[in-house]
Design a protein around this ligand. Structure first.
Ligand SMILES: C[S@@+](CC[C@H](N)C(=O)[O-])C[C@H]1O[C@@H](n2cnc3c(N)ncnc32)[C@H](O)[C@@H]1O
Length: 243
């Protein structure tokens, strides 16, 4: 549908009719040829001026998928990096990608639900945590739990680096109608069909993300102008665990 090596419309439709975990297992082999993988243009700049090679002892990428973020984390970490994801299929791809990445940090992959570990994470506490392209899989009602899971994944002083937008598109933009239309269709699908497939656009936008993070003892720093067009509406956010 998006690329000759990517999934067809029917494969994507089938993926959306099962659980998130099973859906990504089905998609894993072709995921890197979809626009759902965080674009390199974002990942290539997200650590600019924030993290230099070897500057952290260890790092974790939550909802790591096929390892787009792990590729960038490995050179930054001196000792180890961990990828966490629900889907075994995605993790298998992530292992191959991360182990080929530059740097000597040890690579571990953990199959698990990030929302299941609010106070102590089995993947340990790290100096750096990231989560890219996955906020849409976290229901708004689960976002406080997600933020506690991020906190549990960091040492005091550790940073959570992520990308979001200040607000969604305006009704004058096509994106407004496609994202709201998609969300409406997903609500109908989830009302009629089980298991649910949680995927909604326009979640964890800056105002709400900041409020939730500050409530959990993070200080939040926002950088604008990090990403070039067409990604210039996105912001880099660094949330530091203070307690
Ligand atoms: C759109 S992909 C993004 C992958 C990758 N971070 C990237 O930027 O390309 C979303 C990933 O989040 C994972 N995921 C969704 N909900 C999760 C949860 N509660 N716990 C762990 N992983 C989750 C999915 O299995 C999938 O691999």
């Amino acid at each position: 549908m998006f690329h000759k090596n990517g999934p067809t419309f029917f494969e994507l439709a089938r993926q959306a009719m099962v659980s998130v975990e099973r859906g990504y297992d089905l998609l894993a082999e072709k995921f890197d040829y979809t626009p759902f993988r965080t674009p390199d243009a974002i990942l290539d700049r997200v650590f600019d001026g924030e993290c230099s090679p070897g500057s952290v002892r260890s790092a974790v990428d939550l909802c790591c998928g096929t390892g787009a973020g792990l590729l960038r984390l490995r050179p930054l970490a001196r000792e180890s990096i961990v990828g966490v994801d629900l889907s075994k299929g995605m993790l298998e791809r992530a292992r191959v990608a991360a182990e080929r990445a530059p740097g000597g940090a040890m690579v571990s992959l953990v199959q698990g639900d990030v929302l299941a570990h609010e106070s102590a994470a089995p993947w340990g506490e790290h100096e750096l945590a990231t989560c890219f392209g996955a906020f849409g899989h976290i229901l708004e009602s689960d976002e406080p739990r997600f933020v506690r899971a991020v906190r549990a994944s960091l040492v005091v002083g550790g940073r959570f680096v992520f990308v979001t937008a200040e607000k969604g598109p305006s009704p004058a933009e096509l994106g407004f109608w496609t994202t709201h239309g998609f969300n409406a269709a997903m609500r109908v699908r989830n009302a009629l069909w089980s298991p649910p497939f949680v995927m909604y656009y326009l979640t964890f936008l800056l105002p709400r993300a900041t409020a939730l993070l500050e409530a959990e003892g993070f200080s939040v720093r926002v950088s604008r102008g990090v990403f070039a067009p067409p990604f210039d509406r996105y912001l880099r956010v660094v949330a530091t665990r203070r307690r």
